[in-house]
Design a protein around this ligand. Sequence first.
Ligand SMILES: [Zn+2]
Length: 483
Amino acid sequence: MSQKRDTRRRREQEEPDNKRHSLNTEAGIAAYMFLILFLLLVGYFIYFMAFKSEDFINNPANPRVKGFEKLVVRGEIKANDGTVLARTITRNGKEVREYPKGREYAHVVGFNSNGMSGIESDKSFYMLRSHAFILERIMNDLKEQKNPGDNIVTTLDSRLQQSAYYGMGSYKGACVAIDADTGAILAMVSKPDFDPNTVDQEWKSLSKSEDSVLLNRASQGLYPPGSTFKILTALSFLKNGGSLSDTFDCNGSYSTGGYTIHCYGGEVHGRQTFLQAFGNSCNVAFSQVGLSLPKGALKSTADEFYFNQKLPTDILNVKQSRFTLKASDDDALVMQTAIGQGNTLVTPLHMAMICEAVANDGVLKKPYVCDHIENNRGSLVRGHVSSELRLCSASEAKTLRRLMRYVVTNGTGRVVNSSSYTAYGKTGTAEFSEDKSKAHSWFVGFAKKGKKKIAVAVIMEGAGAGSSHAAPLARKMFETYLR
Ligand SMILES: [Zn+2]
């Protein structure tokens, strides 16, 4: 009996121990849970501060933006020579945003109302921070006055922007110019345009316009690339064993599987090397090149050049270019794709970037439009950090330069040839409707003189042949920058 009682007592003694033990375990688990939660919170906080806070502050739906605007006068946006492109002034006791250059910079600078756009939207956060000198801020705080926000100094070149804007004339379309050495965006024009000073008053008609006036066609306009795409078809051809001396016969058209492709303007190019076929922009030769490439070859070249991906640039609202040729697609679509028709769509900014990389031995310097941020007295707050990406090999880029140089010296782009600089390019005439007489006029290329290198892409909607409309504007851009 007593033994049994002993055992029971022992058990009774042990039981509280067990309970205590399990309580300890629970407390331990809870502590760990709290620690994990705490670490997650700290992690999210760091992540938010590092990556998300700018998006958050930039979001016009965020009520805190209004809070910043109560404390800071929104900073200015300037061209690279200091020309003011956007500033905040006081009119009838109210702060208003003024755009001294109006329509000329409408799309790239954007506007700060109705959802915001352009640099006004992308860099909003920086213009609502003040790095004014500490004494100035203390004085402002004491006087209950707002502090002056930081200014955005862009890479935009006033002379080039003006050339592009007036050169586009009344054509719809876009013109982009990039410093091929650095990736600095020198000009970005989209037409039709609008006056950013009166966006509020005209919002109803602007936002409903059939011409998509508010759309920045340079970064968001998706166009069939037409023959400018032959740059990538040529690269694919070179990557797959093709050579510049390979020959092609052109009798003006090429048919396969019940589909016929013609050369532009009813031209017959006869026997030509690949170099000459590129110079002539011969659709017959390039249809044959397209059909001769291994399935998937064009797609992988397009993917290496950032099709179907977000373009690497500090401009946030950029449309992805599209390339969708599949191994199962028929010969007709393969031929059309190889000459830049088919389902391929590209932005003018993207075409300028492709030319920039070709000019730079295959390396793309990431294009950017914000050169630096300065405080209200011009002291540097934050500079640009450049980054680069390799799109093709140096020798491939060199061969592409030979092809694009030939276009200018002997081919469809002779109008940009000049003795005062060395130009390279490709024209394009992109059909966009059943009516074959209507076509977009393209020119993409680059030019250099000494150490200066500029890449451009020009598209004029419905203007016809690239050689007669877009190329002369490219020439004007080259002359303006390299003179
Ligand atoms: Zn031909």
